[in-house]
Design a protein around this ligand. Structure first.
Ligand code: FAD
Length: 392
């Protein structure tokens, strides 16, 4: 029989991997399992919150996966011994190798008071879609002079610069539409991605508007009271007019069910093949993995997907997989026409994905506005290019 590779999850990681597998070996039977009719992308969803972009520009159908068998179902179990995946309609799908790319699960057990019901009044908006629109609409309905509180989790989490890009674009909205308002970031960390660039830009563009409260100043949120929209920290409590709670996360549920996540909640993998360290013939890619130095981003997910596809295509034909080199770039918009970035190159070292010294970096701290403008344009070009490549 033809070797069959089953990919679970049609996000940046899974959809990229399914496509790359088919391109590498036309004779492979490739199956993609994804329950949603369309994918709503997180990159640029912060611009939707600020009213700068429509959610339609974030939404991609799964119509363009012709040579891949697309099954619109949720995977609910994996039998690693028999090598089969159980779907939510009871059907079993056999595989030669399995790729799990389920993204993240929001931990509704980690922050007392913040459960799924609380997320209906204090949105996380950390999975794009209805949550994004809820937060956008709450911001639009807030009176001028209101207080927006954003709580950011400890590492690791999806999109390290994401909360700070979000804070920037919310600040842009407040500055232009509700200038007496304020934004407080309660952070469970003392440092964050591109921090110096963000802070310099905030001082320049939004003086006095954003207050960042780090861990050491009592920024870690310990409890939520959805009834009064209050966020409690070790040093006091904050009542919000609009609260955006980004809770701790772990690998998507199916990774836990398949036994490929460890006690951290994330999935240890071999950095050459992305094969699970806990279950043979199951590979994991994207946000769900312990990526070493690689951040959890769509760019990373796509790069890991291609490296994993190359390894899987070799392994099913009993060839030796090659050592990969992977690249990530994360752009953030601080305001319309003002972009900053961080880039890195990664390779397997000591069993993890390690950064290649001196190969990456961030935007310059001092730069003319033309540089920020160019980076904002690059960000848009990147999004257009990657979504075209992944979703067709
Ligand atoms: P996902 O994109 O979440 O895809 C997982 C897919 O798996 C989903 O479609 C889901 O429906 C499916 N799935 C889950 N469980 C199952 C199951 N049991 N059976 C079948 N299917 C299942 N990254 C960047 O590179 N640049 C950015 O500018 C950027 N901005 C961001 C801004 C925000 C506000 C956020 C929240 C994130 C941002 N990211 C950005 C990060 C990026 O969105 C993620 O890193 C990326 O989506 C990870 O891809 P993934 O495929 O691992 O997971």
């Amino acid at each position: 029989a033809r070797p069959g590779v089953v990919v679970v999850g049609g996000g940046f990681a899974g959809a990229s991997c399914a496509r790359a597998l088919k391109q590498l070996d036309r004779d492979l039977a490739v199956t993609l399992i994804e329950p949603e009719a369309a994918y709503v992308a997180c990159p640029f969803s912060n611009a939707v919150l600020a009213g700068l972009r429509d959610i339609e520009a974030q939404t991609f159908s799964y119509d363009q996966f012709d040579d891949i068998e697309f099954i619109r179902r949720r995977a609910v179990a994996v039998d690693a011994e028999r090598r089969r995946v159980r779907l939510d309609d009871g059907e079993d799908i056999d595989y030669t190798r399995l790729v799990l790319a389920p993204g993240i699960e929001l931990r509704f057990d980690a922050l007392p008071g913040y459960d799924e019901a609380a997320a209906e009044s204090m949105p996380h908006a950390w999975k794009a879609g209805s949550q994004t629109l809820m937060l956008r609409d709450q911001l639009a309905a807030m009176p001028d002079g209101g207080v927006v509180v954003l709580s950011a989790p400890a590492n690791p989490f999806r999109c390290p610069p994401g909360p700070y890009e979000r804070a920037s674009l919310i600040a842009h909205y407040l500055k232009t539409s509700k200038p007496r308002s304020k934004l407080i970031i309660l952070d469970a960390k003392d440092a964050f991605s591109k921090q110096r660039l963000f802070e310099a830009a905030w001082q320049e563009l939004y003086p006095g508007l954003i207050e960042w409260v780090p861990l050491s100043s009592g920024g870690r949120v310990t409890e939520i009271d959805p009834a009064t929209r209050t966020l409690v920290t070790e040093f006091g409590s904050h009542r919000a007019d609009v609260a955006n709670v980004i809770p701790p996360q772990r690998a998507g549920r199916i990774a836990q069910l398949a036994g490929v996540a460890d006690q951290t909640g994330w999935c240890p993998i071999d950095p050459v093949t992305f094969e699970s360290r806990l279950q043979p013939e199951i590979h994991v890619i994207g946000d769900a993995v312990i990526g070493g130095a690689m951040p959890k981003s769509a760019f990373t997910a796509n790069a890991q997907a291609k490296a994993c596809a190359a390894a899987v295509a070799a392994l099913v034909r009993e060839r030796q997989p090659a050592q990969p080199k992977l690249i990530n770039t994360c752009y953030s918009l601080v305001a319309p026409g003002y972009g900053i970035s961080i880039a890195g190159v990664y390779q397997p070292r000591d069993g993890l994905l390690a950064e290649v010294e001196g190969a990456g970096g961030t935007s310059p701290l001092e730069a003319p506005s033309s540089v920020r403008e160019l980076e904002a344009a690059y960000a848009e070009d990147w999004f257009r290019t990657i979504t075209r490549e992944v979703f067709g």
